[in-house]
Write a protein of this length. Structure first.
Length: 364
């Protein structure tokens, strides 16, 4: 279709052509995208996409100093994020703009198992990171977090930083709190300063056992919980990948904390009209940013250094995967983390839930 508008950034009205390199163009809507979209969708995507590419070129590298990326980087980022957008439309229900954290994570999990170099995977991951920063700048979205850490120059493709066993034990103890009163800043959406509340302890301990993703903390419902059986049952409609019903083991200590919190929340007016398991003090679901602040605050209280570490909420999840595999096997890890991928051959768990609970006790 014909957009009736200049489809390269340098031809747009008011654009400073001196910012471009000779013989280089930055396409706004690519042909394969136009072929997929309706006329209305193409116009809408054009208006959505143009500010993103302009942002990258003018200020994306350092917004505070209005320092942008090179035209080459913008061109390559535009190409890779356009492929991502098209993948989302083709695989996740049709045209949408902008994509979300779940879309990005699903795409990177598919990329992770492609027969391409580590460098190529790293460049795709870097492009999505720049995309995410623009969405944060433009729409105040949480910055995307990924389970993979590919380097654009090759190298490590393992998970990002994870907690060691001693660190897991310290975090667990810090969540309980020696005096039961978390020491948090006044502007944070964390636990109310109630010395007897089990909310925060149950949230952190359940995540330490189940490796909950940020979106799963936000989605968690009372109906998931069977503390009397030491289980979480996560239905397909609430799971991060929406690909199956999951049964996850938790320790006796965590089951007790959950049971106490469920009893406590029943008397809390904030939870009268919702089955959500945990809400912030403002009555909202927890997201990546709030949870990362929680973890860093716990690290401070437990005297765990996170300098030069990528200490996001995923550090908890990765610690479950790393230590569960060592304590048991890959099948147990897959089941405990609800992990699905196109290359995974283990489609079911042959390790009993009881054995996984034993492994959690050994992991701390």
């Amino acid at each position: 279709m014909n957009l009736d508008k200049p489809n390269t950034l340098e031809r747009c009205p008011g654009f400073d052509s001196d910012m471009m390199e000779p013989n280089r163009t930055i396409t706004i809507v690519r042909k394969n995208q136009r072929d997929f979209l309706s006329d209305k969708g193409a116009v809408d995507y054009y208006e959505y996409r143009k500010p993103f590419l302009t942002y990258l070129l003018r200020m994306g590298k350092d917004p505070e100093k209005a320092k942008g990326y090179s035209p080459y980087t913008v061109c390559q980022t535009g190409h890779r994020t356009a492929r991502f957008d098209l993948w989302v439309w083709e695989n996740r229900g049709g045209y949408k703009a902008p994509p979300d954290q779940d879309d990005a994570r699903a795409y990177m999990e598919e990329v992770a198992f492609r027969d391409v170099t580590e460098s190529t995977k790293g460049k795709i991951l870097g492009a999505l990171g720049r995309y995410s920063k623009w969405l944060q700048h433009k729409y105040n979205r949480d910055e995307w977090e990924f389970s993979w850490n590919f380097q654009s120059g090759g190298g490590n493709n393992g998970p990002r930083d994870f907690l060691t066993k001693p660190e897991r034990r310290k975090i667990r103890q810090a969540a309980l709190g020696k005096d039961g009163t978390p020491n948090y800043g006044t502007d944070s959406d964390l636990l109310e300063a109630d010395p007897d509340s089990w909310k925060f302890t149950s949230l952190v301990w359940t995540s330490l056992d189940a490796g909950l993703r940020p979106v799963e903390v936000g989605n968690a419902r009372v109906g998931w919980c069977e503390p009397e059986n030491g289980l979480l049952r996560i239905p397909r409609e609430d799971s991060a990948k929406n690909e199956g019903n999951w049964t996850v083991g938790i320790t006796d200590r965590t089951a007790t904390a959950l049971e106490r919190w469920i009893d406590e929340r029943a008397d809390h007016p904030r939870y009268e009209d919702t089955d959500k398991l945990w809400l912030t003090r403002h009555g909202n679901r927890y997201g990546s940013n709030e949870l990362s602040r929680i973890l860093k605050d716990l690290c401070d209280r437990a005297e765990i250094s996170y300098e030069n570490r990528q200490m996001s909420w995923y550090a908890i999840r990765h610690s479950v995967g790393t230590h569960m595999t060592k304590e048991r096997d890959l099948a147990a890890t897959q089941a405990q983390l609800r992990h699905e991928s196109v290359k995974t051959t283990l489609k079911y768990d042959n390790v009993p839930v009881e054995d996984r609970r034993d492994a959690l006790d050994n992991m701390g």
